[in-house]
Design a protein around this ligand. Structure first.
Ligand code: 5GP
Length: 191
């Protein structure tokens, strides 16, 4: 997605070699038109996947996901990050390690918002080691539902998440694939 790559090049900041800061259009200030265009790309790619609902992880995945859900005419569900386990039978939960915060959280889904016949598209803002996306896939599968695809806004292809998700058989589609990140350097995989 060229307009996304242009924004990453003009506004993205590489922090410490493997973290990309895009606070000015995705993670803090949000550009709604760009989010809408992301929705167009995701809905075009996943239109024939039989998707019934779209899941994201709070909070930065919400904006592109709501735009995708609107264009696909589907409901979306935001998976919550809880600090500790909820000890009743109303939720599915799985422990995920946060790449940016270096701490664990409980990814949580209310049982009433998923059905075993659902085919779920998971959308997230970044893919690094794949822990968040894999955790989301685990809660979908705990419910007996199917992961029909994973949509990522910015994939850092030099980290292992993409390969790991592909090895597990998930269809991963990323709008921008960063191959190299360094001081004053951001490069993409050209497709
Ligand atoms: P993973 O679980 O794939 O290791 O990391 C993905 C999650 O960590 C995303 O949900 C995102 O919130 C966060 N993340 C990973 N890498 C980056 C990054 O370079 N920049 C930002 N802003 N968030 C990141």
């Amino acid at each position: 997605m060229d307009i996304l790559k242009d924004r990453i090049l003009s506004e993205g900041q590489a922090l410490g070699g493997n973290v990309l800061k895009v606070d000015s259009f995705l993670n803090h200030k949000v550009d709604p038109k760009l989010m809408y265009d992301m929705g167009t790309y995701f809905s075009e790619y996943f239109k024939d996947h039989g998707i019934t609902k779209i899941f994201t992880i709070e909070s930065s995945g919400i904006a592109p996901t709501v735009m995708t859900a609107m264009q696909m005419g589907l409901q979306m569900v935001t998976l919550k990050k809880q600090a500790s386990k909820i000890l009743n039978g109303d939720v599915y939960q799985t422990t995920v390690h946060s790449f940016t915060k270096n701490m664990d959280y409980e990814l949580t889904l209310s049982k009433k918002y998923i059905d075993k016949d659902d085919k779920i598209l998971i959308i997230d803002d970044f893919l690094a080691n794949g822990e968040a996306a894999l955790g989301a896939a685990r809660v979908v599968e705990m419910a007996g539902a199917t992961v029909a695809g994973i949509g990522i806004v910015i994939e850092k292809s030099f980290q292992p998440g993409r390969e790991m998700l592909n090895e597990k058989g998930y269809d991963v589609y990323s709008l921008a694939r960063v191959s190299k990140l360094g001081k004053d350097l951001i490069e993409f995989i050209t497709e």
